[in-house]
Design a protein around this ligand. Structure first.
Ligand SMILES: [Zn+2]
Ligand SMILES: [Zn+2]
Length: 357
């Protein structure tokens, strides 16, 4: 445990290292002012931070130079608290929900426990690819000893999977299919298994993903041939089909149509993959005939008064060893360009690439 004095920065050290995207597929290190501890906010010294699919989307598609770092899958230690902060103290190991940590806390959606739809966000979202990050106190979630810094930085993607399973009301005994076994697909598998899903069939494109899927609770990896994959799920369900399927690929492929084909009449579809803007490739008639219920969960929040991050931390404290299989690479923040390159190139067998400060 580091002492408070060591963690606190001195007046001579008011700048920090941060990684900014400076052009298409180009990340560079920069020096920036350390964020100020405004009233109600907390400054965290970043330990680990994961590269998310949304970060990669910007890396591949946006050329505008960033003035504020991305990055929202953070673990670290509280080094400073602003005026009025009562529930967080210096020296605590934490992770950050930046959705909650940047929201106003007062609008109708915040009051509803759905800060993703906040109408008056008070701070820019992100900031994690840096030595220090600021969040409002509400966004801070303490980490137990069982959840180390690396696991702490996958609380966010795990919370995405948990949120989806809670929205879909996945209950014990259900049979499901997860299409895609990147970090979000793996989170969905782990969350569905923890919710009691009896069997989870998985479509995984890469060997490292297939291995991780089995480690976090998949029943079986389906063959690459779509007709054969559907036949296996039908055989396992008396010809009926799965109770639910979760799409966790996105982009521009026909994975949502594919997911719908696995599901029985009156079953459910959850979409977690981020589809590209302008994507129109969804065949509605087949799921319409089956009267499927479509869920479009976005990030996380409170359901029945319980936050998805709290449940994700609990899951990681029980099943951290299995879930750690999704963390495939760990580089220094100074190697941010290489970290993004590895994360973007799935031939590297990367799933979750993390950087440490
Ligand atoms: Zn993320
Ligand atoms: Zn709000």
């Amino acid at each position: 445990m580091t002492s408070t004095d060591e963690l606190r920065r001195g007046p001579q050290d008011e700048t920090m290292r941060a990684a900014l995207q400076t052009g298409l597929c180009t990340m560079k290190m920069a020096t920036m002012p350390i964020p100020e501890a405004l009233p109600g906010t907390v400054i965290i010294k970043v330990a680990s931070i994961g590269i998310c699919g949304s970060d990669l989307h910007a890396y591949r598609n946006s050329s505008g130079p960033q003035s504020f770092p991305h990055g929202h899958e953070v673990s670290g230690t509280v080094v400073e608290t602003g005026a009025g902060v009562t529930n967080v103290s210096v020296g605590q190991r934490v992770t950050v929900d930046m959705v909650l940590g940047t929201a106003c806390g007062k609008c109708e959606y915040c009051k509803l426990g759905t800060p993703i739809h906040c109408r008056a966000r008070e701070f820019p979202f992100g900031g994690g690819f840096a030595e220090f990050v600021r969040t409002k106190e509400a966004g801070v979630f303490p980490l137990p000893d069982a959840v180390d810094d690396h696991l702490g930085a996958i609380v966010e993607p795990i919370a995405v999977g948990i949120h989806a399973c809670r929205k879909m009301r996945i209950v014990p005994g259900m049979v499901g299919v997860v299409v895609g076994a990147g970090a979000i697909g793996l989170s969905a598998i782990a969350a569905a298994r923890d919710a009691g899903s009896e069997k989870i069939y998985v479509v995984a494109r890469h060997p490292a993903q297939a291995k991780a899927a089995l480690a976090v609770g998949a029943t079986e990896i389906l063959p690459a041939d779509p007709a054969e994959a559907i036949r296996i799920v039908e055989q396992a369900t008396d010809g009926l089909g799965a109770d639910y399927a979760i799409e966790a690929v996105g982009g521009t492929a026909d994975t949502l149509d594919f997911a719908c084909r696995f599901v029985r009449p009156l079953g459910m579809i959850g979409v977690l993959g981020a589809f590209d803007h302008g994507f129109r490739g969804v065949e509605i008639i087949a799921p319409h005939i089956k009267e499927l219920t479509l869920h479009l969960p976005n990030c996380y929040g409170f359901i029945d008064g319980q936050h998805d991050f709290a449940l994700a931390i609990d899951l990681l404290s029980r099943k951290g060893d299995a879930l750690r299989t999704m963390i495939t690479h760990n580089l220094s923040l100074d190697d941010i360009q290489e970290a993004f390159r590895l994360a973007a190139d799935k031939r590297s067998e990367s799933i979750k690439v993390q950087v440490h400060t």
